[in-house]
Design a binder for this molecule. Structure first.
Ligand SMILES: *Cc1c(COP(=O)(O)O)cnc(C)c1O
Length: 394
């Protein structure tokens, strides 16, 4: 054959699973213990150490593995006592999982706009949305850039609100030099979904310093079985004995998944550096195009670079939809993060939401696209994305 084969498709995201992850999974499969057990305990201990070692202080953190970040967010709000009659404020510019867990508990979601400079929740909009029913606020560290936690935590403290961080994009992200997960919020939840900065296929980690919240989350993640009561009796009680103290959930993480997580976590700092290098290459390559490149972290802070989100300016000769079509035609996958919740039928109709109430999210949504950004991208693949984008917009 003399014809040149077309270049292979560059997907939007790909997991980066190494030989260590595979060997650990095989070891788990051969061990006879495949559900929650020793590997999950090790993954949780490693996670606490990972967060703690960063600033060299004893964090007093409890890390609890769960089978998704969605499950973790649900457990966090349940443990905080959120229920019917309560309101929880979050950003409209997020995945529906952030908000849906509030509805699981019969509470109401109050969506607010983003700060166009960071694409994270606008703290002034949070303040304006507080009512006597407000119980909690859920910031999202959008794309891996920390939300303004200093302002948000101070606002929450003044109004007696709980703070649950949706850190699905934020491993590792720092805020004022401290890793997300070690800030002064009530609970932080990470995601290990397949396209996140580290993965266990499906999975998540709930982190809190509060021993009572940790205790409730541990009980509720596995059928409401009280482990402490159980442990107290194990010396005397037969091995089949257990106590159910609440109608809990089935949210535990398997040892098969945790086996992957142990090794993905070790690689997380290197993953971050690779992602930051790709983002920096994109930034330079797009500097002269009619686009807004992603917001940068404050000096000294780390961006996890889960997503690389470009916004077209009004000078761009193509619309966002035409850009995505053009990139697909060039064999490049992209995505949009997110279709804001105020446009989604369920949220729009339940709360009678209109785009004019979320001008910054709406404006960004209409112009944004997320480019491929993953650690297995080679330099030539990054260059292909750059060339295709420049050809379309240049
Ligand atoms: C991925 C994601 C979630 C949900 O994570 P799962 O582990 O898939 O449940 C929640 N919030 C945001 C912002 C996400 O991107």
């Amino acid at each position: 054959m003399t014809t040149k084969s077309p270049p292979s498709f560059i997907p939007f995201a790909l997991p980066d699973i190494g030989d260590d992850e595979i060997a650990e999974v095989v070891d788990t499969l051969k061990s006879g213990w495949i559900t929650t057990g020793p590997k999950t305990r090790r993954f949780e201990e490693d996670f606490t150490a990972f967060l703690g070692s960063s600033n060299g202080v004893e964090t007093g953190l409890h890390s609890m593995a769960v089978n998704s970040a969605t499950a973790g967010l649900h457990l966090a709000l349940e443990a905080l006592g959120i229920g019917p009659g309560d309101e929880v404020i979050t950003t409209t510019h997020t995945f529906t999982a952030t908000a849906e867990v509030v509805r699981y508990l019969g509470a109401d979601v109050v969506l607010v706009d983003i700060d166009p400079a960071t694409l994270c929740i606008d703290v002034a909009a949070v303040e304006a949305a507080i009512t006597p029913r407000t119980k909690a606020v859920m910031p999202v560290h959008y794309a891996g850039l920390a939300a303004d936690m200093t302002a948000l935590l101070s606002l929450a403290r003044r109004h007696g609100l709980k703070v649950v961080e949706d850190a699905a994009h934020a491993l590792p992200t720092t805020c004022g030099g401290r890793l997300v997960g070690t800030l002064d919020s009530d609970v932080t939840v990470f995601s290990f979904y397949a396209n996140k900065t580290m993965t266990t296929g499906e999975g998540g980690m709930v982190v809190t310093r509060d021993a009572a919240l940790a205790q409730r989350i541990q009980v509720m993640r596995l059928h409401g079985i009280n482990r402490d009561a159980f442990d107290r009796f194990t010396a005397k009680a037969p091995s089949w004995y257990y106590e159910v103290v609440a109608p809990g959930f089935k949210y535990n993480l398997t040892d098969i998944a945790s086996a992957m997580g142990i090794h993905q976590l070790r690689r997380a700092p290197a993953f971050q550096r690779t992602r930051a290098d790709i983002a920096a290459r994109y930034d330079v390559a797009f500097a002269d195009l009619p686009v807004i490149t992603p917001p940068r972290p404050l000096p000294g802070d780390t961006h996890a670079w889960h997503l690389y989100v470009l916004r077209l300016t009004d000078d761009a000769k193509l619309t966002r939809d035409e850009m995505i079509e053009g990139l697909y035609a060039a064999g490049i996958g992209c995505s949009v993060h997110y279709i804001p919740l105020h446009l989604q039928p369920y949220w729009r109709d339940r709360y009678a939401l209109t785009p004019d109430r979320f001008p910054h999210s709406q404006h960004a949504y209409e112009r944004m696209l997320s480019l491929p950004l993953y650690t297995r991208m080679g330099p030539h693949e990054v260059q292909r994305v750059i060339d295709a984008l420049r050809a379309l917009l240049g």
